[in-house]
Design a protein. Sequence first.
Length: 277
Amino acid sequence: MSVRRTAAAVLAAATTLVTASAVWTAVAANGAEGPPTSSGPAGRARSTSASATPARPAAHPVPRSPAAAADDRPTRPQVRPLPPTAGGAGRTTPGRIAYLTFDDGPDPRWTPQVLGLLARYDAHATFFEIGTQAAAHPDLVRQVRAAGHRIGGHSWDHSDLTRLTPPQLADQLDRTAAALGEAPRCVRPPFGAVDRDVRTAVTSRGESVALWDVDTRDWTRPGAKAIAAEVISHTKQGSVILMHDGGGDRSHTVQALDQVLRRLSSKGYRFEPLPDC
């Protein structure tokens, strides 16, 4: 009787070993780190690690908005900002550059006043001149250049270039360049209106499209104080500021420019022509 009990115990132990071996073989085939029913600390650690790793979603392209996908968005000019300076983000520190730009001239009344203020503060700017105005006042074109400023094209007669046929667009650019005395290095389309055709026509001539960051809306004549406040509060390193020295009564602009130059100069700004113009 004792022999039979011993044989039965041996048979049961052998069956248990065979069963455990089969389980571990299946687990290894499935690539798991341990048996699914492991109950010790090591087993719980493996189970927690596996469940904490989320499944990686299938890769898919991120849809782009129409505005991001369009090839005819306005582009600001290439500017070369200075290296960061000490003083913390958002604080004006010595050595910062801003770019003053003036559209719609030259005008015999307002352009000389603008030039006088710029000279007083040792500031330089970029003038985007209309072809008809340049043709009527070539002496002012020469005066702007002689003072160390840059001149860009602003179309022949302030037309919306996006509404023109290719020959009309080419004519606007050609006639303006002739009135300026030399081909400009940059063009500011009136109203900031630029599309793929305008950009292609400009860049194919080796020129660049130049827009702006800070719009003073001085052409609405909101008052010198409002114009100056707009510039002073929004100008930062590399800002391109839009003002006008032609196209109407620019008395508010001239008064505001004095305030802008005084305040920003005292904060360490200097004013240079656009580097790509």
